[in-house]
Design a protein around this ligand. Structure first.
Ligand code: PMP
Length: 452
């Protein structure tokens, strides 16, 4: 144990905290929805490697595709032409509506969002980028600028210059609008994270669109390069927007010359159940879609998909990425798409998610410390509160206890929300029993429902 602790301190530099403070989970092996630690204890992985393992740990079919490609060719770059790249990009493009057909492959979500921001600025000739309060779009210096969640920001100025109108923390100081610097705390879209009404039942849209118009009128006239938003906010705490919010915002942003970017790093690849892409649930077609995580079931990969028009602006320069489009990554990602179709992953996400939301809603009605249950498919958040009346976040110590307890029950879950108070279930292939009462078990062959 002492060795493990030393290793943990040296090898997991504490910039990202290990979730379980009493005793970290020392992961050894995975198979489908299961993980095993070094002591042979088995866990049901309801966090799916932070919303990443989309078809199951070491899914046999995907593993076989990786092995096959590893024996043939590990690496080449896109200065050459090679079939795993073409086969994959054609398959991926087929999942997206016109005119989203031009694909750039990267190695992570941050890289994809970095690239999308660059392309948006080149295409529009504008600079300011709008993101939402509570957002997380990456940990690179530029995407940290898009990320509003204070927990993930370093106090370094000039990271990027954006109009982070919904930030709860400092804004990069290059943009000196009324929401710049510490004034961000008073930004107009303060309450967007509180709006978690199921889509269709919310009337708050006018309020938020009014606030957005106010931002346009007072701070960023005609200078917008892009608007970034996830279809359902992930790290921010499974936040859903009022009906039409994205549709109306896209219209306003486009009227001011900006492009609209859907960050599908978490919501893509069928996770929301009803659609393959989250944006399809909002009746919009973005100008760019960024993706990563579930794209290759945990193998490092990301992508930006855009229109020929945006791509043409980008083609004026030279862009090179050594590993982007790596043949092994492409073979894996290709097999993930096939596997999703064969296993019916999106349908599973819908079925399991609906079941889970229904059961969790019952728990919400029963327990005072569950303030809200929200999400769609297997993008689900359970907001833990002190009490229902105040809806103040459950204090961190109590949250930690819940994490330790669920882990001891053999279930791994995630933590999100601006105050870290939202428990998250993101596994795309997992059946949920009732975590609290130890009935959560398994699935095996990806059939639903199987809940002993
Ligand atoms: N966008 C979203 C919505 C994310 O959740 C994340 C990662 N949590 C990222 C971007 C960044 O992806 P990566 O960690 O692969 O750089």
């Amino acid at each position: 144990e002492r060795m493990m602790e030393i290793r943990r301190q040296n090898c997991n530099p504490m910039t990202m905290k290990v979730t379980y403070y009493k005793k970290p989970v020392y992961i050894h092996q995975g198979h489908m929805q299961w993980l095993w630690d070094v002591d042979g204890r088995r866990y049901l992985d309801l966090f799916a490697g932070v919303a990443t393992v989309s078809v199951g740990h070491c899914h046999p079919k995907v593993t076989a595709a990786a092995e096959k490609q590893l024996r043939k060719l590990w690496h080449t770059t896109n200065i050459y032409v090679y079939s795993p790249l073409h086969e994959y990009t054609e398959k991926l493009a087929a999942t997206l509506p016109d005119p989203l057909k031009v694909i750039y492959l990267t190695n992570s979500g941050s890289e994809a969002n970095d690239l999308a921001m660059l392309m948006a600025r080149l295409h529009t000739g504008n600079f300011d980028v709008i993101t939402l309060r509570g957002s997380y779009h990456g940990g690179s210096p530029h995407t940290m600028g898009l990320t509003s969640n204070a927990a993930y920001k370093y106090p370094v100025t000039g990271l990027t210059s954006i109009c982070l109108f919904s930030s709860q923390t400092m804004c990069p100081d290059v943009f000196a609008g009324p929401w710049g610097g510490s004034n961000c705390r008073d930004s107009p879209i303060q309450t967007i994270r509180d709006c978690s009404c199921p889509q269709g039942s919310c009337t708050a849209n006018d309020k938020y669109i009014g606030q957005l118009n106010e931002v346009f009128a007072t701070s960023v006239p005609s200078r917008i390069a892009a608007f970034f938003a996830e279809p359902i906010m992930g790290v921010g705490g499974a936040v859903q927007y009022p009906k039409n919010f994205l549709k109306d915002t896209y219209k306003l942003v486009r009227e001011r010359g900006g492009v609209c970017i859907a960050d599908e790093v978490q919501t893509g690849f069928g996770r929301t159940g009803s659609h393959f892409w989250g944006f399809q649930g909002h009746d919009v077609i973005p100008d760019m879609v960024t993706m990563a995580k579930g794209i290759a079931n945990g193998f490092p990969m990301g992508a930006v998909v855009t229109t020929p028009e945006v791509a043409a602006s980008f083609a004026k320069g030279v862009h090179f990425n050594t590993f982007g489009g790596n043949p092994v990554a492409c073979a894996i990602a290709s097999s993930v798409l096939d596997t999703m179709e064969e296993d019916g992953t999106q349908q599973i996400s819908h079925n399991v998610g609906t079941y889970l939301l229904t059961e969790l809603a019952k728990m919400r009605d029963k327990y005072e410390i569950i303030g809200d249950v929200r999400g769609k498919g297997l993008q689900i958040g359970v907001e833990m509160v002190k009490d229902k009346a105040s809806r103040k976040p459950l204090p961190p110590a109590a949250m930690s206890e819940i994490f330790e307890d669920t882990k001891d029950m053999g279930v791994l879950i995630g933590k999100g929300g601006v105050y870290g108070q939202v428990r998250e279930w993101r596994s795309i292939w997992t059946v949920y029993g009732q975590v609290m009462e130890r009935r959560s078990i398994w699935t095996g062959t990806l059939k639903f429902p199987v809940c002993p």
